[in-house]
Ligand binder design. Structure first.
Ligand code: MN
Length: 418
């Protein structure tokens, strides 16, 4: 197992920091004096790579790539350039670097920075690829006998979501309005969702584009992935069952998706690879993997009521997935669908086998039948206005961790429909 790599940025050398030299995740930030720009998290600081490029200290290609407030241009350069950048950042930040005095002026305290979405989200697709979650939800929606749809063990099921409403952590989420019908009601009604939920997911970011008509297999797909973020696929559980058949989720999911602000690269996660589980049916050849393609990443869901304390309500791990992001990407391209740099693939809700490992309130409260009791004595089946929902995650190395930063959003009241 890889050890903590040390940096001359002192705060990066603790066992607790999410951002040691081993990590080097990519984000976009601004301050009172700096316009939005590309940065790399190191300890409790951000390295201003846009500034370093302008100063001629960091050069990736002949043309500037950090002169825009998003990472898509770097993704477009391809895997060799990604490796070159990571190697250069190690050289700049490692404890025995001889560039410390030149580079130090380009460090900005994270506490003084505002974080923005790190990329232009070109497209967003969400999957349904964790067996515990699919079994739990299927049992609630269709009964235990039909819990897993007949295709589930053969296809990573997904739907095309909305890139337009993918937002960065810290953005308030307005409770959605929608149409729903209670089982005992004769006609549907319209209004604010009463069953607003989270979905704890990982987001994979596609870094290499493909042409229309040119599918990739799972091995090629793995090489195309640039990095990962935490992802909250906000869901309205009263809108969803009324609208989802036969074409899948629509307005129940379209109102918001939150991602964590730092893109953790595939390279940083390399020591934490774990295999997908045993297959009940052998997968078709285009979905075959050559090595382990999941990651051992501890994940938590935290709730913070208005004015209250934070409380962990679920803990699980990304290694609970049945399908990896590489398999999802291979399946996505299999028809000839073109994929783009900045394409975001939601893993699907991640739940473990135990109740305390479930990645949605729908599952934690079993559809509202078993409400959670919080430390302040209040109960929750679904999210109340004023609640902040926070996802966190990290891979645990020996004496260091690869963290993602929080993926959080506070719920504000629904708008009055005109
Ligand atoms: Mn989802």
């Amino acid at each position: 197992m890889t050890q903590l790599m040390t940096s001359w940025v002192e705060s990066a050398n603790s066992a607790e920091t999410p951002f040691p030299l081993n990590n080097l995740p990519y984000g976009v930030f601004s301050t009172n004096s700096l316009e939005a720009r590309c940065g790399v998290a190191i300890g409790d600081m951000i390295l201003d790579v846009t500034g370093l490029e302008e100063a001629g200290i960091l050069t990736l290609t002949e043309e500037p790539v950090f002169d825009v407030p998003y990472w898509n241009d770097v993704m477009d350069l391809g895997p060799e350039a990604w490796e070159k950048l990571r190697a250069r950042l190690f050289g700049i930040l490692t404890s025995d670097s001889d560039e410390q005095s030149q580079v130090a002026p380009y460090l900005v305290p994270m506490a003084d920075a505002m974080l923005h979405i790190p990329m232009v989200v070109s497209e967003y697709t969400d999957f349904y690829a964790c067996r515990h979650h699919a079994t739990n939800v299927g049992t609630m929606f269709r009964g235990a006998e039909n819990a897993l749809p007949p295709n589930w063990l053969h296809i990573p099921i997904g739907y095309n979501g909305r890139a337009s409403t993918v937002v960065v952590s810290g953005t308030d989420i307005i409770r959605p309005n929608g149409q729903f019908k209670a089982p005992d009601a004769e006609v549907p009604s319209f209004g604010p969702s009463k069953r607003l939920d989270i979905e704890l997911e990982m987001g994979a970011i596609v870094g290499t584009s493909t042409e229309m008509g040119q599918p990739v297999n799972a091995v090629q797909a793995d090489a195309m992935i640039f990095g990962y973020v935490l992802l909250n696929d906000w869901s309205a559980r009263d809108i969803q069952p009324w609208e989802y058949q036969p074409l899948g989720p629509f307005q129940a999911k379209a109102f918001a998706t939150t991602i964590s602000p730092w893109i953790v690269t595939k390279a940083a996660l390399e020591p934490f690879r774990t295999p997908t589980p045993e297959r009940e049916f052998e997968l078709l050849p285009y979905l075959h993997e050559e090595g382990p393609s999941l990651y051992d990443i501890d994940l938590s869901v935290i709730i913070q009521p208005e004015g209250g304390a934070q409380e962990v309500i679920s803990r699980t791990n990304y290694n609970e997935m049945y399908y990896s992001a590489a398999q999802q990407l291979a399946h996505h391209s299999s028809s000839g669908c073109a994929m783009n740099a900045g394409d975001l693939l939601g893993s699907g809700t991640i739940s473990g086998a135990e109740k305390a490992q479930r990645g949605s309130l729908l599952e934690l409260s079993w559809g509202g039948k078993e409400p959670l009791t919080l430390a302040d004595g209040s109960t929750r089946s679904f999210i109340e206005d004023g609640d902040t929902m926070i996802l966190t995650g990290h891979a645990q190395g020996e004496g260091y961790r690869i963290g993602f930063g929080a993926c959080s959003g506070k719920i504000t009241p629904a708008v009055k429909f005109p």
